[in-house]
Design a binder for this molecule. Structure first.
Ligand code: FAD
Ligand code: DHB
Length: 391
């Protein structure tokens, strides 16, 4: 079988790319190693920037999202026993939206399949061949046998643990990596949110984030040891810790309920450069990951493939390869902006395991500097609401 663009991975990057290409009349096939129910229920990110929401709408995949998402005009930091609100709408004129990643993925799968874009589930990519020829191919296992897909180009949208990045020869890429000395324990709870906006809590015992999925479902995260066994966290221990970290603040109370899901999240910053090798383009988590504190991972995946789709469109319409050549640099400007913001949010709000009394005082002073002036609040809100797709 031959297709113009072969796509490894049916996450937000692969699914959005397939849709953008389809709308331009460019053929693609998605190969996804997991089952459809697995990818449709994998709990991950929850916060979409305006740019991502606009693109999902413009590509005709936002019908359910528009009914179910929760627009947010602000967020709060909590530290030193006080609440500090960022009025994002007033500071930037923009808002963000809560809509679970797995819901967005479900919508994107349905729209792609209805349009006739092939998505092969349980199709595990093992290798790419002929990347430096005019006819690269993807080898994959599907329905018990090894198959080959030939294409003009390949998009490696197979996430951080996929195979795409590893196909770059060692000398051809440079990796930038930082692993943080803590992780997050994420829980999903059948209970109304503690507050209608997101609460980012700095506490000397560790960070806590109160977010939500709907008026009846809360999503909560706690800073824990990096290799923590979630079994060490009984329900009682989780609720006690959340109460302590939220603090005793007028009007705010931890809303408790049945914990329906738990996940450990690794905290890591990682970039590989360049994001292109011959006829293979990396997009999303396969090229870069951020610690989730800034809620940028899924948004970066979507902006990468927007840039990539423009390059494919220009090539198939006019034969120009100029946007292919610019792809990596164009994406990396935004990626590094998001890396800086995610690192900043992470280091400002978390407690380092070896933090001294001085470190904690300095951290509080930084939080006060940011929250205490309009300039500080604006800088944070502009990054939180999202950097422009092309910078
Ligand atoms: P993925 O969503 O990882 O998609 C890659 C796809 O490729 C997967 O479906 C995978 O099954 C498939 N695949 C892998 N290997 C192969 C192969 N060999 N062959 C075929 N298919 C393959 N971001 C936030 O902003 N906020 C959060 O709270 C947040 N929480 C997270 C929690 C976890 C546990 C993780 C892992 C990530 C989280 N992220 C969060 C990051 C965000 O979810 C990612 O940035 C986003 O999923 C990236 O999309 P992607 O399409 O690039 O990669
Ligand atoms: C969510 C996760 C984040 O890391 C974040 O900063 C905001 C929201 C979420 O899962 O809702």
């Amino acid at each position: 079988m031959h297709v113009q663009v072969g796509i490894a991975g049916a996450g937000p990057a692969g699914l959005m790319l397939a849709r953008l290409l389809h709308l331009q009349g460019i053929s693609s096939v998605i190969l996804e190693s997991r089952t459809r129910p697995y990818v449709e229920t994998r709990i991950r990110a929850g916060l979409l920037e305006q740019g991502s929401v606009d693109l999902i709408n413009e590509t005709g995949m936002g019908e359910r999202m528009r009914r179910e998402y929760l627009p947010h005009d602000g967020l709060e930091f909590i530290f030193g026993g006080k609440r500090h609100r960022f009025d994002m709408q007033e500071l930037t004129g923009r808002r963000v939206y809560i809509y679970g990643q797995q819901e967005a993925v479900k919508d994107m799968i349905a729209v792609n399949l209805a349009a006739g874009v092939p998505i092969h589930f349980e199709a595990k990519v093992s290798a790419f061949e002929g990347l430096d020829t005019g006819k690269p191919s993807i080898r994959y296992m599907h329905e018990g046998s090894e198959k080959t897909l030939t294409c003009d180009y390949i998009a490696g949208c197979d996430g951080f643990h996929g195979v795409s990045r590893a196909t770059f020869a060692a000398g051809d890429r440079r990796d930038y990596d930082r692993v943080y000395p803590f992780g997050w324990l994420g829980i999903l709870v059948d209970a109304p949110p503690s507050h209608h906006e997101l609460l980012y809590c700095h506490h000397e015992r560790g960070f806590a984030l109160f977010t939500l999925r709907s008026s009846t479902v809360s999503r909560l995260y706690l800073q824990v040891e990096p290799d923590e066994d979630e079994k060490n966290w009984s329900d009682d221990r989780i609720w006690n810790e959340l109460r302590v970290r939220l603090g005793n603040i007028d009007g705010l109370k931890v809303s408790e309920g049945k914990i329906t899901q738990r996940t450990m999240v690794e905290m890591r910053s990682y970039v590989t450069e360049p994001m292109r090798h011959e006829r293979l383009f990396l997009a999303g988590d396969s090229a870069h990951i951020v610690p989730p504190t800034g809620a940028k991972g899924m948004n970066l995946a979507i902006s990468d493939v927007y840039v990539l789709s423009k390059a494919f469109t220009a090539f198939y319409k006019t034969g120009t390869t100029a946007l292919f050549d610019a792809y990596s640099d164009t994406c990396l400007r935004r990626v590094w902006g998001a890396q800086h913001f995610s690192w900043w949010m992470t280091s400002m709000l978390h407690t380092m395991p070896d933090a001294s009394a001085f470190d904690l005082k300095r951290q509080i002073a930084e939080l006060q500097t940011v929250c205490g002036s309009r300039a500080g609040r604006k800088l944070l809100a502009e990054n939180y609401a999202g950097l422009p797709i092309e910078m």
